[in-house]
Write a new protein. Structure first.
Length: 233
């Protein structure tokens, strides 16, 4: 078996609030292989977003070991963590976070510019156009976010997250600002493209129906992560 894309071993996270130390994550242990789509459900405050922040290298664990694409994050400095995010991790946000003054094409191209400063301008534009075509937006490349629907903005966000071909895609409530029908279309596209490119996906959601469509299902409760057994149909 190939090495896991994500390896988390006995990870704890403590944060300080005033004079109190809060135990946010407790002994988290799991592995994710290439191409797996995994969901995490749980109530607000259970630790889901904190787990995502650790995997993105935006928060530092206070115990245990965490590796992405074979790189142990605990030994990396800030610049190395930033480089890891640029090259190995894509993030799909609930609120889209597109730059309002940039077209769809420019928003997606920017991810490539940040990830690879040696890539030529024409190559960036070519790859960005291909990514937008994959999400069905070939005819919207020159539109600003304000001229796009919520579903279209989320598809631009998906193109931006996947254009660098990351080993890991972190999706934080990606359907939270979409209606049910638009959200289902966005999720089908997310799952399809991730599997096509062999990208590992960790999806955080409050929607149990959406969660069950993933390959594996986890629940976060009071900082503890438990894998759930699939329910036979």
């Amino acid at each position: 078996m190939n090495p896991p894309v994500v390896s988390v071993r006995g990870v704890d996270l403590h944060l300080t609030s005033g004079e109190r130390s809060l135990h946010i994550l407790r002994n988290i242990t799991f592995e994710l292989q290439a191409g797996e789509v995994v969901s995490v459900v749980g109530p607000s405050g259970s630790g889901k977003t904190s787990l995502l922040m650790l995997l993105a290298g935006l928060e530092t664990a206070t115990g245990g070991d965490l590796a992405i694409a074979g790189k142990g994050l605990g030994a990396l400095g800030e610049d190395q963590l930033a480089d890891m995010r640029r090259r190995s991790v894509g993030i799909l946000f609930q609120n889209f976070h597109l730059l309002p003054s940039m077209t769809a094409l420019e928003n997606v191209s920017l991810a490539l510019e940040i990830a690879d400063d040696l890539m030529t301008f024409s190559e960036m534009r070519r790859r960005a156009r291909e990514a937008l075509a994959e999400v069905g937006l070939s005819d919207r490349v020159d539109h600003l976010p304000s001229a796009l629907s919520g579903g279209e903005q989320q598809r631009v966000g998906l193109a931006r997250a996947l254009v660098t071909r990351p080993a890991l895609l972190l999706a934080d409530e990606p359907t939270g600002n979409l209606d049910q029908e638009t959200g289902e279309v966005a999720v089908e596209l997310l799952f399809s493209l991730a599997r096509t490119h062999g990208t590992t996906v960790l999806l955080i959601t409050h929607d149990p129906n959406l969660a069950r469509r993933a390959d594996r299902h986890f629940a976060m409760r009071q900082g503890e992560l438990h894998e759930l057994q699939a329910v036979s149909s």
